[in-house]
Design a protein around this ligand. Structure first.
Ligand SMILES: NC(=O)c1ccc[n+]([C@@H]2O[C@H](COP(=O)([O-])OP(=O)(O)OC[C@H]3O[C@@H](n4cnc5c(N)ncnc54)[C@H](OP(=O)(O)O)[C@@H]3O)[C@@H](O)[C@H]2O)c1
Length: 230
C-alpha cells in the first residue's frame, strides 16, 4: 500500500488535478471489480473495501484493500477516511428478508459525516419503481420484494442525508462488454422505452464518471443501454 499526499482535504476537488481518491464498498462483486479496473485505468487512487480480500489477489494497482464488514462502523471508517468519493454497490444474497443494504448505507453515511467526505454514488435497482417491461418487472418485483424493500429503505436514508449523493438505478445487468452507449434519465420513475438492460461494464464506467465530479448530485439516475438508433 502506498500513501498519496495531497494539500486538499477529503471532499475538496483540486482544480488542477483530476485524480480522485475513491473507495468502492462491494468491491469484489461483479460490478465492483469492473469499477476498480475502470478507476485504476483512469488513474484514480482506488481503495477496495471487502469482507473477502482474497478475492482481490492479483488485482493490479489498487491503492489499498480494507477488510471489513460494511455494517461495522470501525471497519468502514478505515476505508472512508481521506477519500474524495464513495461508490457503494452492495447487494444481499437470495430472496429473503434483509437489512444489509440499509445497514451498510447508514454506516457509510455516519463514517462520511465524521470524515467530511461528501460524494456518495450508490447503486439501487430500477424495479423498485419501474413498471416496464411490465410483465417481467412485476414478476421480478414480487419475487425479490424482500430485498427490494431494503433498497427502498437504503434510498430513504440517502435522500434524507446531507451528503452529495447520487442514486443509480440500473435495470437488468448483463456481463456484456463496455459499449460507452449509456442512456441516463432523471426526474422520472421509469425508463420510457427499452433497452431494459445495461452491461456491468457500462454501469461501472458510469459510476466512476459520477464519482469524478458533482454531476447529478441529489438525483436518482435511471441508467440503461442507449439503443443503436439513439
Ligand atoms: N442482477 C441484476 O440484474 C441487477 C439489476 C439491477 C440492480 N442490481 C444491483 O446492482 C448492484 C450490482 O450487482 P452485482 O451483480 O454486480 O453485485 P454482486 O456481484 O452481487 O456483489 C454484491 C456485493 O455486495 C457486497 N456486500 C454484501 N454484503 C456486504 C456487507 N455486509 N458488507 C460489505 N459488502 C457487502 C459484496 O461485497 P464483498 O463480498 O466484497 O464483501 C459484493 O461485492 C447490486 O446492488 C444489485 O442489487 C442488479
Amino acid at each position: 500500500m502506498f500513501v498519496l499526499m495531497s494539500a486538499f482535504k477529503a471532499g475538496e476537488v483540486d482544480p488542477g488535478n483530476t485524480t480522485r481518491k475513491i473507495v468502492v464498498i462491494g468491491s469484489t462483486g461483479r460490478t465492483g471489480r469492473l469499477v476498480l479496473d475502470e478507476g485504476v485505468r483512469r488513474g484514480h487512487s482506488m481503495t477496495a473495501f471487502t469482507r473477502r480480500p482474497e478475492r482481490l489477489e492479483g488485482v493490479p494497482r489498487l491503492t489499498s484493500v480494507v477488510q471489513g464488514d460494511g455494517r461495522n462502523l470501525d471497519d468502514i471508517r478505515r476505508a472512508v477516511a481521506g477519500q474524495d468519493a464513495v461508490i457503494s454497490i452492495v447487494s444481499s444474497e437470495g430472496r429473503g428478508p434483509t437489512t444489509v443494504m440499509s445497514e451498510v448505507t447508514r454506516v457509510e453515511l455516519d463514517a462520511m459525516r465524521e470524515a467530511g467526505v461528501r460524494r456518495l454514488v450508490s447503486v439501487s435497482v430500477s424495479a423498485i419503481e419501474g413498471r416496464r417491461p411490465w410483465i417481467l418487472i412485476n414478476l421480478v418485483r414480487w419475487i425479490l420484494r424482500k430485498p427490494y424493500a431494503d433498497f427502498a429503505r437504503m434510498e430513504r436514508l440517502i435522500t434524507l442525508s446531507s451528503v452529495d449523493w447520487t442514486i443509480v438505478r440500473p435495470p437488468y445487468l448483463s456481463n456484456g462488454p463496455k459499449t460507452g452507449r449509456v442512456r441516463t434519465q432523471t426526474g422520472r420513475k421509469d425508463l420510457p422505452h427499452g433497452p431494459y438492460h445495461i452491461s456491468r461494464a457500462d454501469l461501472a464506467a458510469t459510476l466512476v464518471d459520477l464519482a469524478e465530479d458533482s454531476q447529478h448530485v441529489g438525483e436518482v439516475l435511471l441508467v440503461s443501454e442507449l439503443r443503436k438508433s439513439g
